[in-house]
Structures are given as C-alpha cells and as structure tokens.
Design a protein around this ligand. Structure first.
Ligand SMILES: Cc1ncc(C[n+]2csc(CCO)c2C)c(N)n1
Length: 222
C-alpha cells in the first residue's frame, strides 16, 4: 500500500468533516456569526500563530536537507510576513489594538493545540511534526474553497467576514496548502502500515484540537 495525504483524511472522516464544516465556519460564511465570537477567535488566533511560527522553527531545526529547511522557512515566513500582519489589520478593524493583543492570556484550547503540536515535533521526527501541522496547513485552504462552493455563503461587502475568506482562498495560501500536500505525499509513500497508524493518531488529534479551537470561538471560552 502506498499512502498519501488523502489517506489521513480518509482515516478520520467524521473528525475532518466536523472541522471543515463546523458551525463557526458556516456562520462565518453566511454572515450570521456573532461579532464577539469572531473577535474572541481572532485574538486567540494571534496567540496561536506565534506558537505555530515556533513550530515551523522547530521543523527547520529538525530538517536534514536544504529542501526540508526551505519548506519550514516558507511556513514560518507565511505566518510572520503575511498571516500575522493580516490578523493585526483585522484586529484593528474589529476594535482590538496591538497593545491588547500583546497582553492577552491564552485560552485553554489555544494552549492545548499549540503545545500538542510542539510536543509532537519535539519527541517525534520531521514527519510527525508535519502531520501535526497539516490540519492547519490544509484545512483552512479547504475551508475557503468549501465555503465558496456553498450556496448559502455570502461574498462581498454584505459579509463582514469576507476578508477572512479572501485571505485563505488567495493564491499564496492555496499554494502553501498544495506544497504541504506534495511534501507529505512524498514522505507518506514510503511508510509502513504501522507507521501510518501512528501518524493517523497524530492527524486525528490535531484535527480534534482544530474543532476545539472553533468551539472556543463560538462559546467564548477561555
Ligand atoms: C486555529 C488555526 N488553524 C489554522 C490556521 C491557518 N494557518 C495557520 S499557519 C498557516 C500556514 C501559513 O501561514 C495557516 C494556513 C489558523 N490561522 N488558525
């Protein structure tokens, strides 16, 4: 059996669907999401991105080849140069200052997800770490595409969350998603069934932690 990234999704279809089609996502698409839920999510996502930049730095440290190093650098650069900047702009538009962001306490869902990924990368190898990162890297691009194909989704000025969808449907993020899938397809083609089983556990856990992150936003939990 030659494994591919798609097989990780197939191994936990309910979790993957609950993540991609979460109520937070559908409400964001049809413009019914409460403003305070989006603000809470944005603030926590700022903290999340800082920890994920560290996870890509860990991937760089664990990289044996120049190509792997470049892949890790691209992930870190996308966060630091693009995604965090857009988040800070979004936050400003939604009445959250950089000062407030700098002093935020981390919600438990943010702590659990980010530290799970860092710990998985620390004790495992580069493939473990990339699998832990993949629901994040692939899921958001997929969510933007799924929302665009959904008839209930409202695009343009009448949806206050339009800029969020636009960010993840952009060529830059779609290309980062495909680069991650290509990287994983190459590595997964060589793993044994028992190794694939281990990686599936990591993928499922990270996907469940993405679901918890949406829940945290919807329920305003800290
Ligand atoms: C909870 C949560 N999960 C995934 C992403 C999306 N994301 C985070 S880092 C990255 C790679 C390059 O910037 C992508 C696509 C997010 N923002 N928040």
């Amino acid at each position: 059996m030659v494994y591919q990234f798609e097989d990780l999704k197939k191994a936990c279809p309910e979790e993957w669907r609950d993540y991609i089609e979460h109520s937070f996502v559908t409400q964001l698409g049809d413009a019914t999401l409460a403003a305070n839920a989006f603000q809470h999510y944005l603030k926590q996502d700022y903290l999340f991105l800082i920890q994920f930049a560290r996870a890509f730095a860990l991937a760089a440290y664990k990289s044996p080849t120049l190509a792997d190093l470049r892949q890790a650098k691209d992930g870190m650069q996308a966060i630091l140069d693009t995604e965090l900047g857009l988040h800070i702009d979004f936050c400003k538009d939604w009445g959250i200052s950089e000062d407030e962001l700098a002093n935020l306490p981390e919600a438990r869902a943010t702590l659990a997800y980010t530290r799970y990924v860092l710990d998985t990368g620390n004790r495992g190898d580069l493939l473990d770490l990339h699998v832990a990162l993949s629901p994040c890297m692939v899921g958001y691009g997929e969510i933007a595409n799924w929302l665009n194909h959904r008839s209930e989704t409202i695009r343009g000025e009448s949806n206050p969350y339009d800029a969020w969808i636009a960010m993840y449907e952009s060529d830059e993020f779609q290309e980062a998603m495909h680069a991650e899938i290509r990287w994983l397809d190459d590595r997964l083609a060589e793993v044994s069934p028992s190794r694939f089983e281990q990686l599936t556990r990591i993928f499922r856990d990270a996907t469940r932690l993405e679901i918890d992150f949406w829940e945290m936003g919807l329920t305003l939990s800290d």
